[in-house]
Design a protein around this ligand. Sequence first.
Ligand code: 5RP
Length: 236
Amino acid sequence: MTQEEIKRLVGQAAADYINTEVPEDSIIGIGTGSTVNYFIDALTQSRARYRGAISSSAVTTRRLISHKFRVFELGDIESLPVYIDGADEINPHGAMIKGGGGALTREKIVAAEADRFVCIADASKLVQVLGKFPLPVEVIPMARVALARRITKFTIGTPVLRLMHNGKPFVTDNGNEILDIHGLTIDNPIVLERSLNQWPGIVTIGLFALLGANLCLLGTEQGVHRINYIKHVYSS
Ligand code: 5RP
């Protein structure tokens, strides 16, 4: 199977999962990325089962609307039983690097409101130690140069401004920029997330360790495996 075929399989498995585990008429949180796109496609068949969705990005909102899902604002809802999203890396404890698609801030906001985070990923995303995938950090543009200097000074890693194909800085849905930190070996994701969260000018770290996955649906050549995580490993 190709990686795309495995992603499609995982998207279908996620739709099957919520169709059995999530009560009818729920609103569901939906992330961003190619795996999520397969999930949205698979969920379209059972769209009538749900009241609608909370979206984590403009691109996901467009896809949901084109598939005739009702998209709610976060402030309009009282409960969110589940948030489904992909990851760029996930470790054996359910801590993740996210934000390869640039939607990390809204993803973290929506994930924080959900009762359960279900990560959907192909097996290439499963790693022992996070950090080979550059860590996205969304920053206020005014602070970007100073933050890049500071990341270098504290030898956190090598910050690289994310650019678009036209050479201009990538701009997030929130009007900010992204520094991708290369060369990391993240032995303790909780400590790094907590520490970088304190730096003025940083909006969001693409580390989801304090708020890790509860479950991963991991796509492999042999099928989709369910990996459950014990949350107290990463809670304070
Ligand atoms: C977007 C994300 C995505 O979940 C992550 O990049 C994985 O994407 P894909 O499913 O396309 O591999 O964090 O900001």
